[in-house]
Design a protein around this ligand. Structure first.
Ligand SMILES: Cc1cc2nc3c(=O)[nH]c(=O)nc-3n(C[C@H](O)[C@H](O)[C@H](O)COP(=O)(O)OP(=O)(O)OC[C@H]3O[C@@H](n4cnc5c(N)ncnc54)[C@H](O)[C@@H]3O)c2cc1C
Length: 505
């Protein structure tokens, strides 16, 4: 039976039938949970199947059941949970909205999940150009609140309507506007929260310059909830762009589109958006929508420039000149509604890929612009050798191209080919001076590849930091440093709020 996110299983037996993984339940964890429940109350410490199941997985749908989900009322609850966890050796996972794509928020070793879903306070200081937020604020809401003051919070992961700022900071999330505006790290001024051992700390401040002591604020950003629990953040806001101009450009082939993207910086064009879609992705989007975006199905670049009303026409003229000399065709507009029709191909390409197979590995790799074409060639070789489709789309201006390997989950040969292919992709990316993850992080899903990216000295340094801040290995136990084979797990069959309808082949 298909289980809905809002209609979870009733009992642990149901949970097991739903395919979740139950960490061997330890009496020690059980006793510690009962004692915590007595201390904080059963509204704060929930052990019912509904709460535990909902907190057992993220967007990967790899489910691991915790002992309890904690909904802290205040900071003192957070401190109590961490101190009790350290006393009893109980692992703790921190959870935002669970949109993560690496199982970083999944309690793979059981234990307790701290959920910040109800921590949604948000305050804008328009004079200072800052937002002070609790970790459970949904990212889109920060931007909506900033807009009322003519301000802008630029980091906009595609999950912006669902994900939380706590999760964004812990993964250093990027988004479509990273090309011009940067990623989450570029907007975090100060963080407050707790060390894994339960001491309250504050890193950074609401000032532009801050060089007192080691920069542990930046160490927390992107540390995937393994070095501290964020309970408050002060974010920098920037003036809201007044207007934008959008171009959709078609190219003779995939490599020409990628070379044209490289040329943008040579032409001193700083687009706010530059999204690449290869011919396979565009073909899927055209079949899915029943529309032709250009006369001939071609690789495209979606390029946008933004700013004030005076500067945007001049920027648009530069893009026009760039497009005239490189694209086979292009469309452009400064009208917001028309721009939506140019964006359509990008908005639908992800779900339309299921025309190729029922399962997709989406790898958020990044390589320097000079290596875009070698990466493309490597992906085409993977297709040649395995027969699996490898569509590519993503953020060309910052090198964060999302490469995909499509396969049929029930076809053992394809499953095995996909596993081999993905390791090859990781090795290739590192050989091309790139990184195995540009925005999603390591979590469980990419843990087998950490040693491809980093030397043993680098990993030892990271482990030394982890050990110093979290001597009992409480936060995010089992993640990042312990290679985990996701192929041993079957994802649970649930529909999440952000899931789009899959298409039939
Ligand atoms: C449809 C879709 C599109 C996406 N597009 C993008 C994209 O464009 N760019 C991008 O970067 N990502 C993207 N993602 C991935 C995901 O949305 C991001 O990683 C996001 O930052 C996770 O936020 P969350 O609130 O869901 O965190 P969760 O998934 O709940 O947790 C993610 C990590 O953050 C930690 N964490 C959460 N809250 C805290 C806290 N208060 N203190 C300490 N640690 C904490 C967790 O322990 C975990 O390690 C996408 C996901 C989906 C489903």
């Amino acid at each position: 039976m298909r289980k809905n996110f809002f209609n979870p299983p009733e009992t642990y037996v149901d949970v097991l039938l739903a395919g979740t993984h139950l960490f061997p339940r330890m009496k020690k964890f059980f006793d510690a949970t009962e004692s915590l429940k007595k201390r904080l109350g059963s509204e704060v410490v929930r052990t019912d199947a509904e709460a535990c199941f909902a907190a057992s997985f993220d967007n990967t749908k790899l489910s691991f059941l915790p002992e309890a989900v904690i909904f802290p009322r205040d900071e003192s609850d957070v401190e109590t949970v961490l101190r009790e966890a350290n006393k009893n050796g109980v692992p703790v996972c921190v959870r935002g909205a669970g949109t993560g794509t690496t199982a970083a928020a999944a309690p793979v070793c059981g234990g307790w999940v701290i959920s910040f879903a109800e921590w949604t306070q948000l305050e804008i200081d328009a004079d200072a150009g800052t937002a002070t937020v609790q970790p459970g604020v949904v990212t889109q809401k920060i931007n909506d609140a900033a807009a009322a003051h003519g301000l802008f919070y630029p980091p906009d992961p595609a999950s912006v309507k669902h994900c939380t700022i706590g999760g964004n900071i812990a993964t250093n999330a990027g988004g479509l506007h990273a090309a011009k505006y940067g990623v989450t790290r570029d907007y975090v001024l100060a963080l407050e929260g707790f060390l894994p051992t339960g001491e309250k700390v504050r890193w950074g401040g609401a000032v532009k310059k801050y060089v007192s002591g080691y920069n542990l604020r930046d160490l927390w950003i992107g540390s995937e909830g393994m070095l501290g629990v964020i309970t408050r953040a002060t974010l920098r806001l920037v003036p809201r762009p007044e207007t934008k101009h959008t171009f959709l450009c078609a190219f003779a082939d995939d490599a020409s589109a990628l070379r044209a993207a490289q040329d943008l910086s040579r032409e001193r064009i700083v687009p706010s958006v530059c999204e690449f879609l290869d011919t396979v992705s565009v073909d899927c989007a055209e079949r899915y929508s029943g529309k032709k975006f250009f006369e001939k199905t071609s690789a495209v670049l979606l390029v946008e420039v933004d700013g004030d009303a005076e500067s945007v026409p001049a920027q648009a003229e530069r893009v026009r000149a760039w497009a005239r000399s490189r694209a086979t065709a292009f469309r452009e507009t400064s009208d917001a509604e028309e721009a939506e029709s140019l964006w359509e191909v990008r908005r639908i390409c992800s779900q339309s890929m299921f025309l190729l197979a029922d399962s997709k590995l989406n790898e958020d790799v990044a390589v320097p612009a000079k290596n875009f074409v070698p990466l493309l060639e490597a992906m085409r070789n993977v297709t040649g050798e395995t027969g699996l489709a490898t569509p590519i789309f993503g953020h060309a201006a910052d090198g964060n191209l999302h490469v995909h390997v499509m396969f049929h989950r029930d076809n053992e040969q394809e499953r095995q080919a996909a596993q081999v292919a993905i390791r090859r992709v990781m090795e290739t990316v590192v050989a091309l001076d790139g990184v195995i993850t540009g925005e999603h992080g390591i979590g469980l899903a990419k843990s087998p590849f950490l040693a491809i990216q980093h030397s043993s000295a680098e990993i030892a340094a990271m482990l030394a930091v982890k050990k110093a801040l979290d001597p009992n290995d409480i936060l995010g136990r089992g993640k990042m440093f312990t290679p985990f084979n996701v192929w041993d797990c079957v994802p649970v069959d649930v529909k999440l709020p952000w899931d789009k309808k899959k298409v039939a082949r």
